[in-house]
Write a protein that binds this ligand. Sequence first.
Ligand code: OGA
Ligand code: NI
Length: 278
Amino acid sequence: MEAPIPVIDIGRLDSPATRAAIDRACRDWGFFQIVGHGLDGALADRIMAASRAFFAQPAALKRRLLRDAENPWGYYDQELTKNRRDWKEIYDHGSSDGQRLAPRWPEAPLRETFEPAVRAYHGACTTLARRLLAAMAVNLGAPPQALLHGFGDRHASFLRLNHYPPQPDPSGTGPAVLGVGEHTDSGALTLLLQDAQPGLEVQRDGRWHAVPPLAGALVVNIGDIVQVWSNDLYTAVVHRAVVDPLHDRYSVPFFFNPSYDTDYEPLPGAVTPERPAR
Ligand code: OGA
Ligand code: NI
């Protein structure tokens, strides 16, 4: 039987065995799940609860927070992946840059629990993503800090709340819809929290592999920028989310993106890959 998508306990991230497991997962899959990551389970529960409460609001309230061409943070329900409408609604939160970019918050009383949960979860993901990227740098033959300079105060990371409503036409006679169509993530790394409802799928060997929900775990995947830094040793793998005929699904990706003025080129230590036969 084929090996499943790896689950790695990163409780001892500095140990050579843990780093080797991460390196293997990055080469073989570009996707893995982590446990022992130190991100507080109560905080993960809070962000999920905040997300459910947010999307449960009347459409008119959500649409007051619509993102626009000036400021991408806020609510959106018309997103396209490769020109096809995704069957989802989203809320994006990134930092203010003191100019155009500014978070949009729901009104009280929801804001009173929502804003602290979003801010705390964004902060916890930033810390964890830095630790993972330091481990990857070492795996690529560089010092731990080698990839981190673009991730100081002005990194362009953002947190997304995804809500995938049930399939609009459960009889299956209408056009098939996807929650999010196939794509790679354009940043450095993505950390994804998913609820208990399956839906995330990863493409390998021309087939789709489900990433089963695992309580307490986070899904990590390589984005286009780490692919460049690794000189294609690690690939930003194509993935998508399918929707269920009956059940809502919620996920919370954190896209770890360097500041907009970061240049990328392969790390000197990243050798030309001899890709293992898949
Ligand atoms: C994304 C994504 C997958 C999911 O938002 O980029 O791939 O399971 N989401 O929600
Ligand atoms: Ni994605």
